[in-house]
Write a protein that binds this ligand. Structure first.
Ligand code: NAP
Ligand code: F7E
Length: 347
């Protein structure tokens, strides 16, 4: 059942089942929003990250409403937008894996580039006064033209994913200028958390190291250890998305920590926290290298900090510790389940 509380602001999130969608939902619910999300039909459950919000026994009002839809299906988007008349719309939906975008370039561009345009058209038609957030990416800077990267740094994308995000960025800006829509681009650098997808490098490392520690895995296969990224905490980054839509004027902002670290440093720190010598467990597999790599990302978020008052709360080392602790719990649970099923079989 959906409840429209006239006093609550209404938000619609595309990509609500992803890492950022789950943190953003939590943030908006805590601020009293009525939150709506678009989910894709899937043959298995894809709502694990928002389960705790959907079925919260302590929350008497329904604050999370899910609707089936897809960025490629303009008619379903138009129907949902027209029905709920959101105050704010966040487009976090994407095929977001850079390596996969080389294997599925056309699909990635369809969803990430064309999908954004389809959504913008649906908003222009059904709720032109809704405020719009587009999930832009530091991958648009690619082969970087300056260090650090800021809003004025020219784009040089290095993957189908990066190219698609550049298209979506310019479309968003164009809808702002052409139709006066309140549309913002966030140019977010890498952000991670215990809810990060397991095939992104940070989570792959923390998951593997903790499973190795618990005797569940012998080694982990990685690609380029020398790539450098500006890694922050997803919980901090969704706050910046929300702040962008609370301003008087729609603008674009870089969101980053201002620190860069290599994949190798991430590995060393993770295995170090578990008292493991990473060199014994990390193997290099060329399959994880990319045809074109983004070697160095380092963001300058002066504008977001000054105009939005945005602040970081979690450092690089605290982020790794948080991810290691969460994954250690998962690995322990997995080991206990294995041990008890072995005991039952042996009984
Ligand atoms: P994620 O965990 O991969 O989540 C992506 C979300 O998009 C999922 O909810 C997914 O649904 C949904 N989605 C995929 N294809 C869709 C389609 N055709 N129609 C509607 N929804 C679709 O990504 P994330 O890390 O939360 O990132 C959120 C957004 O920020 C993405 O646009 C990403 O490209 C961008 N971004 C991320 C980072 C980062 O470091 N995390 C940095 C910059 C920008 P399913 O669950 O059904 O697959
Ligand atoms: O790779 C290297 C890899 O896949 C980071 C997405 O959220 O952030 C993310 O894109 C680096 C790359 O993230 C492995 O070559 C080494 O240099 O974790 P990643 P990404 O490509 O930076 C941006 C901002 C987004 O917008 C994207 O949506 O790590 N690397 N070995 C590896 N990467 C992976 N995935 N797996 C490896 O085994």
């Amino acid at each position: 059942m959906e409840i429209h509380n006239p006093k609550s602001k209404r938000a619609l999130i595309l990509g609500i089942t992803g890492q950022d969608g789950s943190y953003l939902s939590e943030l908006l619910i805590s601020k009293g929003y009525e939150v709506h999300g678009i989910i894709r039909r899937s043959s298995s459950f894809n709502t694990e990250r928002i389960e705790h919000l959907y079925h919260d026994p302590h929350e008497p009002h329904v604050r999370l409403n899910l609707h089936y839809g897809d960025l490629m299906d303009g008619s379903s988007l138009r129907a949902v937008i027209s029905q709920i008349q959101p105050d704010e719309i966040y487009n976090l939906g994407a095929q977001s894996h850079v390596r996969v975008s080389f294997d599925q370039p056309v699909y990635t561009v369809e969803v990430d580039a064309l999908g954004t345009l389809i959504l913008l058209e649906a908003i222009r038609d059904a709720a032109p006064r809704a405020r719009f957030y587009q999930a832009g990416s530091s991958e648009m800077f690619g082969k970087v033209r300056e260090v650090p990267q800021r809003e004025a740094t020219p784009f040089y994308p290095r993957s189908p994913y990066g190219c698609a995000k550049v298209f979506a960025h310019w479309q968003t800006l164009n809808y702002r200028e052409a139709y006066g829509m309140f549309a913002c681009n966030g140019i977010l650098f890498n952000h991670e958390s215990p809810r990060r997808g397991e095939t992104f490098v940070t989570r792959k490392i923390t998951r593997a190291a903790t499973r190795i520690k618990e005797g569940l895995q012998e080694a982990v296969y990685l690609g380029n250890l020398e790539a450098r990224r500006d890694w922050g905490y997803a919980g901090d980054y969704v706050e910046a998305m929300w702040l962008m839509l609370q301003q008087e004027e729609a603008q674009d902002y870089v969101v980053a920590t201002g620190e860069t670290h290599s994949v190798r440093e991430f590995v060393e720190e993770t295995f170090g926290l578990l008292d493991l010598d990473w060199k014994k467990y990390v193997r290099i597999d060329p399959r994880y290298f990319r045809p074109t790599e983004v070697d160095l990302l380092l963001g300058d978020s002066t504008k977001a900090r000054t105009l939005l008052g945005w602040q970081l709360t979690v450092s690089f080392r605290e982020l790794i510790k948080m991810m290691v602790e969460a994954d250690r719990k998962l690995a322990r649970r997995e080991r206990l389940v294995k041990e008890s099923s072995a005991m039952i079989q042996g009984a």
